[in-house]
Design a protein around this ligand. Structure first.
Ligand code: FAD
Length: 565
């Protein structure tokens, strides 16, 4: 593994083969750079994890793709030609209530409005307004800004305020909490408001967190346009990995980076258990604590003879900068709560929601247990206090209804099904003791609405707690699905810190590009995309695709800074 002659073997090394690491490496490899990705796990993919057992394909982590084909790398890297396809069900999310009422949101807003109108015609109109506003915000700014480096907060607000009316609205709502943004639409029916609020928080966003209002349009709008990766989420990782390898890059799995290799004040490579690899640039997609504490400490501790700094090396060389990075990393706020998932492969029939409108049976996501906005807020407040909520509430998906590749022999609409339950859960619980019993309670809750699932023959069942998330993927410490909380001081230009938000770090040769950088977590590939562009610029690698047209348009409209000549 080591470079025999000590020469620089790679242009870039990427630590972590999650969606962002693979994206970063794929762009660089395609542009002609010599690249390797180093991954701790036996298989690449990070959050794009699909486990196949007895022919059932279970996504323990990322499942719902909010941007799907709209991810710029999807087209830039021709992922469609590399086996990545999305399935987008028309009926996206159904919300069930105890009195057997329900409503369903569709990809088509008119159908959503018709469904809401059965509960409240006034709210159907309000939803139409919300949908139009949120869609415009996503198209004009929020999605393009995903594929551009973050802008210093005051400058960003000024740009939006001065651009046009839409820009001003985005700037204004950015100050608010998601709850306050939703309140602007004055939903009258408790059930409709509960549903919209749940969508805004589904991925662990606190609905009462000020300064996070701009995420409400993204989550609410995009969670009505969700897609599955056909054949399991891991197919997306496979497509990205194929791109890396097709252009001569390497993906080294089962190999944990232990520390950096330094020469003077510059990171020149990484140290693995069985040797080292060297490069002109090292991109870490790990969380700030791993990058700036664990790996730098490892570098500090390694004796000079082993390519480390020896005692006092790094800290003596640039004490203040390292101290600041370490402080930032040790003060990093982890997501306050995580997710509990229970996936099963069953022989039986798909869930039939007894007594409910037929439309809910075909929905991708079926939300159960939240009767009112107060329920959602109460649930969140329990999680904020680190408690496992008393009442079970969350959502279920029968993924095999939309993708027959997930079941044995790929028989569509047959007797095999993949059921996936997901709900919010705290990290701090004795999951070792409670995992199975909690999964029982979740499945019982689901069966309360769809009694027929009690009769299924369960062939495989894997409950997956925040502890399992952390064990599988150490970047997700405490089950942090986005590598760190979404709070004002950790978003945009502050993610992970102003010093590192350009994807460059104060340590020469070291870059960051995972979910702890702008635009953050979820499978949107923005961090890896942005980091690749910066690394290419610094290394003088030509041949990356030009800026996406939507970003150029956002610049033209004044939402983003004009490109430098
Ligand atoms: C239960 C759950 C459900 C989710 N649902 C969704 C969803 O529906 N939709 C969605 O968009 N997102 C979802 N997410 C979030 C999404 O998976 C993450 O935000 C995303 O994977 C982050 O991508 P990343 O590349 O930055 O990091 P990661 O995916 O965390 O990848 C980092 C990689 O680095 C590797 N690594 C760690 N330490 C080392 C080391 N020292 N050396 C080498 N390699 C190392 C890890 O093994 C991992 O493969 C979910 C996550 C979880 C846990």
């Amino acid at each position: 593994m080591s470079t025999q002659d000590g020469s620089q073997e790679y242009d870039a090394l990427v630590i972590g083969a999650g969606p962002n690491g693979l994206t970063c490496a794929a762009y660089l490899a395609k542009a002609g750079a010599k690249v390797a990705v180093i991954e701790k796990n036996v298989e690449s993919g990070g959050g794009l994890l699909t486990q196949e057992i007895s022919g059932f394909k279970l996504n323990h982590h990322a499942t719902y793709m909010m941007l799907a084909e709209r991810m710029v790398p999807y087209s830039d890297l021709n992922l469609a030609d590399r086996g990545v396809a999305f399935v987008r069900p028309e009926a996206q999310v159904a919300f069930l209530f105890e009195d057997k009422s329900s409503f369903t949101l569709y990809t088509d807003v008119k159908r959503s409005q018709a469904s809401i109108a059965k509960l409240s015609p006034k709210d159907a109109e309000a939803f139409g307004r919300l949908h139009d506003d949120f869609q415009k915000m996503c198209d004009a700014f929020l999605i393009p800004a995903t594929y551009a480096p973050p802008v210093e907060p005051i400058e960003q607000v000024e740009l939006l305020q001065n651009a046009d009316k839409l820009g001003k609205v985005i700037a204004d709502i950015s100050e608010l909490s998601p709850l306050e943004v939703i309140d602007r639409y004055k939903f009258a029916d408790r059930r409709v408001k509960a549903g919209i609020l749940y969508l805004s928080s589904m991925f662990g966003l606190d609905p009462e967190e000020s300064g996070m209002g701009f995420l409400a349009p993204i989550y609410v709008h995009r969670l009505t346009q969700n897609a599955l990766v056909r054949g399991g989420s891991h197919q997306l990782a496979s497509g990205l990995r194929r791109t890396v390898e097709e252009f001569g890059g390497r993906v080294v799995t089962n190999s944990q980076v232990q520390s950096f290799v330094m020469e003077g004040e510059r990171v020149v490579g990484v140290r693995l258990a069985d040797g080292e690899l060297r490069a002109r640039a090292v991109v870490s997609t790990l969380n700030p604590e791993q990058t700036f504490v664990t790996l730098l400490d490892g570098t500090h501790a390694a004796p000079a003879a082993a390519g480390g700094q020896g005692k006092g090396g790094i800290v003596a060389a640039w004490g203040d900068e390292i101290a600041e990075l370490r402080d930032m990393a040790s003060e990093w706020q982890w997501d306050e709560w995580s997710l509990f998932v229970c996936s099963s492969g069953v022989v039986g029939s798909a869930p039939k929601y007894e007594g409910y409108e037929d439309e809910v049976n075909g929905a991708l996501v079926v939300v159960m247990g939240f009767e009112s906005p107060e329920d959602v807020l109460h649930h969140v407040s329990e999680l904020r206090d680190g408690k496992l909520p008393d009442a079970i509430a969350g959502h279920g998906s029968c993924l095999s209804l939309f993708d027959s590749l997930l079941v044995p022999n790929h028989v569509p609409f047959g007797e095999h099904h993949v059921l996936r339950w997901e709900c919010w859960a705290p990290y701090r619980t004795d999951w070792e003791a409670r995992r199975e019993a909690y999964a029982d309670r979740c499945m019982e809750k689901w069966a309360h609405y769809a009694p027929n699932i009690r009769h299924a023959n369960v062939r495989v069942r894997i409950p997956w707690s925040p502890l399992d998330i952390e064990r599988e993927i150490p970047t997700m410490k405490r089950g942090a699905i986005k590598h760190g909380a979404y709070v004002t001081l950790q978003m945009g230009y502050n993610r992970p810190s102003p010093d590192c938000s350009s994807y460059r770090t104060p340590v020469k040769g070291l870059y960051v590009g995972g979910a702890s950088t702008h635009p953050g977590g979820m499978v949107i590939l923005g961090s890896g995309y942005n980091a690749a562009r910066v690394v290419a610029e610094d290394l003088g690698i030509k041949g990356l695709p030009g800026e996406d047209a939507t970003v150029t348009e956002a610049r033209r409209k004044g939402y983003l800074p004009k490109a430098e000549a």
